[in-house]
Design a protein around this ligand. Sequence first.
Ligand code: ATP
Length: 502
Amino acid sequence: MEEIVSLCRRRGFIFGSSEIYGGINGFWDYGPLGAELKRNLKSAWWEDMVLRELAGPDGTPVDIVGVDCTIIMNPKVWVASGHVGGFNDPMVDCRESKLRYRADHLMALGAVEPRARIQVFLENDADSLARAEKALLKYERRDSLDAVRHLVRPFTALSAEERAHAVGPDAKEPGTLTEPRQFNLMFETFVGAIRDEDSKAYLRPETAQGIFANFQNVLDSTRVRVPFGIAQIGKAFRNEVTPRNFTFRSREFEQAEIEFFIHPSSANEWYAFWRDQRYKWWQSIGLAGDNLTLREHGRDELAHYAKEGAGCCDVEYRFPFTAPGFGELEGVAHRSDYDLRQHAEHSGKRDKMKYFDQERSERYFPHVIEPSGGMDRGTLALLCEAYTPDATRPSGVFMKFHPRMAPVKAGIFPLVNKDGMPEMAEKLSRQLRTRWLVEFDPKQSIGKRYARMDEAGTPYCFTIDGESLKDQTVTVRHRDTQAQERIGVDRVEAWLAERLGA
Ligand code: ATP
């Protein structure tokens, strides 16, 4: 992971926010290559979900329209959605290290006997586990943990007595972790000149509620009828207790969400459709191997809005910092009619928010299937999946992005910067630039230019050499195989379009 983070910095994929002032924990900026990568991910989502035809479970096209709602909304929205009352995480402070942890992300390692030493570590964090094991071995004066009757348990399962003997993930002394306390994750702000309770507002912790609040507006202003979806991509903010793992858990991030409205009787069918559809979509943009998995939730994980027996699953990716485990990329949930009912009640527009189904001649609150994905976690998964060490190359590594996701689609090089080659290369570059981001690069040796493009994940490079001027052909170099072939310069645009799926 450290190598990936360092490549991201060096090549301008991701920087820490406001780094010149020492940064700010949980906030990240995208550099020139990263901004393109994330934009390609978001565009692909919008194209495939909203613009292009998508066949539903019975083959009929699925209707989805887009919205773009504000980040700050009337605070009553968050009372109705349950976020003001219940969007809490249990947090634990360490009196020694002054660090703060999510109680449900902490695990305890140690014997079950009373008063035995317990080492606390971060779940899904191999380094933290290794530190805990080392500390326990040292304390117990043993060579191997196999000999110790030890057990891994959630921190929240420890008794008060056991907690008194627990050493925090970054502490040396036992008993410095506090009792778990509830902490609301919403960022607060004030609207207008006066800062008081009445002017308090929140930065949205999810984009979904803007969609629910506009449900009736969309129905009234378009021709969509149940079943249909409303899609949105936008920023969301959560004051996470412990932002960590690079951009995986940030305090400002982007979500891509669809609220898909259906008749309650068809919930199972649509849930299965969206679960499979979304899993396939992540595969289609390059996360096709064993690192991607689909996990149905157990009963004890169901969210507050989910009904008993309702479907809920996560599309998960095996990040280097979660391996051998997985981390959530997207959740697909049957949210029942929870949100529409809540907004109907809290806004006092009870009947207006029900849907009248002409075909069934029935008035009801539609149920909702929600695929909710993270575009920053998605970008991070693309970066981790693409990272391919290769000792045979000068760069030592190349980024194997799916061509549709690659920030730069092609490199255009004159073999030497004279004899008419730069002119011909520039002409080709200008032609391609009308459709894609391509990079014209006349500097340094050809090997160094390929190496730069390998690190940027550029799938194809076109080189103009002495031959090109005579027979109007160019060399194409393929990133993944480093194989080269020659094609006519007049064919380059069509050749590229075919491979980029554009
Ligand atoms: P987690 O359990 O990891 O905190 P969650 O279940 O609370 O995530 P959701 O509320 O389902 O997440 O949000 C939908 C998506 O938004 C997630 O699948 C994830 O991709 C993204 N997301 C949520 N929280 C963050 C965050 N702090 N940083 C980056 N992305 C996030």
